[in-house]
Design a protein around this ligand. Structure first.
Ligand SMILES: *[C@@H]1O[C@H](CO)[C@@H](O)[C@H](O)[C@H]1NC(C)=O
Ligand SMILES: [Zn+2]
Length: 298
């Protein structure tokens, strides 16, 4: 049932373990072997052996190899050229050979190239990419999948993160976006992804990370959110669910922990809001926006 997202599941679990101070809890060599078993001859990665490669799983694979300090096990040029093959003339990216344009794929492509140290490969279209992302901002301050599409918190993350990597956050109205994000908090403390929706632990990440990148983490009530996230932890298994009483899963566990980490929770390794990787490791990377970063502690 989970084969179609196995690669991302491994990235979520491994990143959660890093935050919990147990980066060696999984067998490193077995993790690397699994990732390599999903490598396609075109340099892209699938979610599972014998599935088709996709940019989402290629990013997860690259993130896992980065966490394992094993990027030298792949041909980085080939993986970068798979990502580049998904670029369209306007600087947008599609997810795979059948795909549609979506800001998620721009974010995954740019982060992937950044970790591979190959961002220069998009120098010729970067201005068009920035314009496409900026054009996705709506009058309400939020962002949609494409220009004109309904605002959604996760889409704000997928626009703000690549602009932060590229050092181009000044091309959007960050205060308007932060204002829209700050309105996602409900009286019980949890955050929703759109107006009128239920609060959900995973939005702790999709809402907090762009607020952190934009320097406005204090525009929501961190203490109340912390209480909401902690209430979603399952007493028996230890995992986190979307909200109190529901079944826990690895997706809500990583994004709940990442939210707590951004809120400065004790005994959790600090997470990088742009990369969703441990801050101690992303320090080793280089990217155009690095020197422009705003402080993001609460
Ligand atoms: C790409 O752009 C960056 C930043 O402007 C510059 O430092 C770099 O030399 C460029 N690389 C290539 C291959 O043009
Ligand atoms: Zn959720």
């Amino acid at each position: 049932m989970t084969a179609h997202l196995r690669m991302s599941g491994l990235y979520w679990g491994l990143t959660a373990l890093h935050m919990l101070g147990a980066p060696d809890a999984l067998d490193r060599e077995a993790v690397i072997e699994f990732v390599l078993s999903c490598l396609d001859s075109n340099g892209g990665f699938a979610a599972h052996p014998k599935h088709d490669p996709h940019v989402l799983y290629t990013l997860s694979a690259v993130q896992i190899l980065f966490l394992c300090d094993a990027l030298d096990r792949i041909d980085k040029d080939k993986t970068a050229s798979f990502v580049l093959s998904l670029r369209r003339e306007g600087g947008e990216f599609v997810g795979d050979k059948y795909g549609e344009v979506d800001t998620r794929f721009i974010y995954t492509a740019i982060q992937c190239l950044c970790i591979l140290g190959k961002l220069d490969l998009i120098n010729d279209t970067v201005d068009k990419t920035v314009k496409f992302l900026a054009d996705c901002q709506n009058y309400d301050g939020g962002f949609g999948l494409t220009p004109g599409a309904e605002s959604h918190a996760a889409q704000i993350f997928t626009v703000v993160a690549p602009l932060d990597i590229l050092g181009r956050l000044d091309s959007i109205d960050g205060d308007a976006a932060s204002h829209w994000l700050s309105e996602r908090q409900l009286p019980e403390g949890g955050l929703n992804g759109r107006p009128e929706k239920l609060p959900d632990v995973c939005y702790s990440w999709w809402v907090l990370s762009p607020l952190a990148m934009l320097g406005h983490l204090n525009w929501i009530d961190g203490l109340k959110l912390r209480g909401f996230i902690l209430s979603a932890q399952d007493d028996e298994t230890g995992g986190l669910a979307d909200r109190k009483g529901d079944e826990p899963d690895v997706f809500h566990t990583i994004f709940g922990l990442a939210g707590l980490s951004l809120l400065g929770y004790e005994n959790l390794e600090p997470i990088d809001p742009t990369f969703c990787l441990p801050l101690a490791l992303t320090k080793k990377l280089d990217w155009p926006g690095k020197s422009k970063r705003k402080p993001f502690s609460t």
